[in-house]
Design a protein around this ligand. Structure first.
Ligand SMILES: O=C(O)CCC(=O)C(=O)O
Ligand SMILES: [Fe+2]
Length: 213
């Protein structure tokens, strides 16, 4: 899947990324993107979404209710995306999506470009500089101010998308993700244990209390 994305994106045509930014984000955005709605963006976006539906950590940590069409971006030397906050509600072809969680899937090997870190400034989470292996993803609360540092060499390809979670509150999401992880560990150990049943009961009862449907 990663190889296929890298190969298809290597020769694809990218357009000015400002077309999908509004307000302040538009002023600080300086990158290129696959034209949203183009056949290639749709095809690759669908492939990413199909893949993500089966990634247990993604589903467990984000509890997706709606996921935006992925965007594919390329930053070459001198490009960056200055400090911004993402729109709270995205208007998409599938209707409005509340952006609870933002996610970047890194598509270029980190040694193939310089700069281009995803920098997150969050009161709760603190400051982070993220640059991951190709194929690895980082999801963070879309409430955070963040930026993509200037690329000083090479080309940074990434796929970005937003998730409306069934659980709007990040603290509640965290509790459910921890219980889910605990249930998985218990299941490995003994799928019939009383402990597993109790953790699953708490997980589902909290989900029932908190979930938007
Ligand atoms: O490319 C990234 O890592 C994040 C891009 C971003 O912040 C955005 O598209 O809003
Ligand atoms: Fe952003």
């Amino acid at each position: 899947m990663l190889k296929e994305l890298q190969t298809r994106l290597a020769t694809a045509e990218f357009v000015d990324g400002r077309i999908t930014a509004s307000g302040n984000a538009r002023i600080v955005k300086n990158n290129t993107q696959l034209a949203p709605g183009s056949a290639l963006a749709d095809e690759l976006g669908e492939a990413v979404l199909k893949h993500l539906r089966n990634v247990h950590d993604f589903v467990g940590a984000t509890l997706p209710q709606r996921v935006s069409r992925p965007m594919f971006s390329a930053y070459t030397q001198g490009m960056e995306y200055g400090l911004h906050v993402d729109s709270g509600v995205l208007q998409t072809r599938q209707g409005p999506i509340r952006s609870d969680i933002a996610m970047t899937i890194f598509l270029s090997p980190p040694e193939s470009y310089e700069g281009g870190e995803l920098q997150i400034e969050d009161i709760g989470l603190g400051n982070h500089r993220i640059k991951l292996a190709a194929g690895s993803a980082f999801a963070y609360p879309a409430t955070s101010l963040h930026r993509v540092a200037p690329v000083t060499k090479g080309r940074r390809l990434a796929c970005v998308l937003w998730i409306q979670s069934q659980i709007r509150d990040p603290g509640q999401r965290r509790i459910l993700a921890d219980l889910d992880a605990a249930a998985n560990k218990l299941r490995e150990h003994d799928p019939n244990s009383q402990e597993l049943k109790l953790v699953l009961a708490s997980y589902h009862n909290l989900l029932r209390l908190w979930a938007d449907t």
